[in-house]
Design a protein around this ligand. Structure first.
Ligand code: ATP
Length: 249
């Protein structure tokens, strides 16, 4: 562990004494956990362990029964800067009749209450082109999303999450329904983003091999049936070296 003075990595997510129950069923109990800038945290656990519930609390879709979550230093209850966070929920599926095209869905990642009715700028269209290219879906951008395969739809959701260049990407089993080849390419892409673009990741996955290969064999923390694996950049490199590397990439 580095001394406090060298820990220059900001806290992206701070979880304190967090508990959550659905009625009588307690799903998360007294969880304390911190995700720092540039960490890659993998969350593994059996079905029903509470992983999705945890992510939903982090992105403000569920309210904790007890405790608090801070995002970029601010309580999730007051947090408004959602553009800094990309979130891909589990088991997305569009109704086949859903009328939007791939491009429209990806662009919708840019909308907030303020600009939903504004004309999109050239820069925003470029961001969309970049996100489509990264997920290799430029060739299907004019197709209706409801008509695509599950794996193609998942790529659309990922492109939508990436369009704002978020600082923090939260992914709930992002490769479910994606073929093995695309899964490998996807993991390569996100590990590249982590290593070279200094993004922070929190990812639920059932792919224990991928998690262990990238984050090590032993969980750094357990809560009930949930195991947390992490690549702590702040423990592996000192900040000056990292900043130099950042300025060179
Ligand atoms: N809306 C809900 N109302 C009541 N109980 C729920 C609700 N959503 C989830 N649960 C229950 O809470 C528990 C945790 O569910 P959650 O979806 O967080 O688990 P998970 O670890 O993500 O599981 P999986 O790996 O199967 O996706 C399960 O027992 C589930 O049945």
């Amino acid at each position: 562990m580095l001394p406090e003075s060298l820990d220059c990595h900001k806290h992206m997510i701070e979880i304190k004494n967090l508990s959550f129950s659905y009625g009588e069923q307690k799903v998360i109990s007294d969880l304390n956990f911190t995700v720092r800038e540039r960490d890659f945290v993998g969350v593994i656990g059996s079905n029903g362990a509470g992983k999705s519930t945890l992510l939903k609390m982090i992105v403000g879709l569920l309210t904790p029964s007890e405790g608090d979550i801070k995002l970029f230093g601010e309580s999730v209850r007051k947090f408004r800067d959602w553009e800094r966070i990309g979130y891909v929920p589990q088991k997305n599926a569009f109704n086949p009749l859903f009328p939007a095209t791939v491009r429209e869905v990806v662009l919708s990642g840019l909308y907030n209450n303020k600009n939903v009715f504004r004309r999109l700028s050239r820069q925003q269209q470029r961001k969309c082109d970049d996100a489509l290219e990264v997920m290799r879906i430029q060739n299907i951008q004019d197709r209706r999303v409801g008509m695509l395969s599950g794996g193609q739809q998942q790529r659309v959701f990922l492109a939508r999450a990436l369009i704002n260049h978020p600082d923090l990407l939260i992914l709930d089993e992002p490769t479910v329904g994606i073929d093995v080849e695309t899964q490998a390419a996807f993991f390569e892409l996100i590990t590249h983003m982590h290593a070279h673009h200094h993004m922070t990741f929190l990812m639920v996955s059932h792919d224990i091999d991928m998690i262990r290969n990238y984050l090590g064999h032993d969980p750094i923390q357990r809560n009930g049936k949930i195991n947390f694996y992490s690549h702590h950049s702040h423990e592996l490199q000192n900040c000056a070296a990292e900043d130099l590397q950042h300025s060179l990439t």
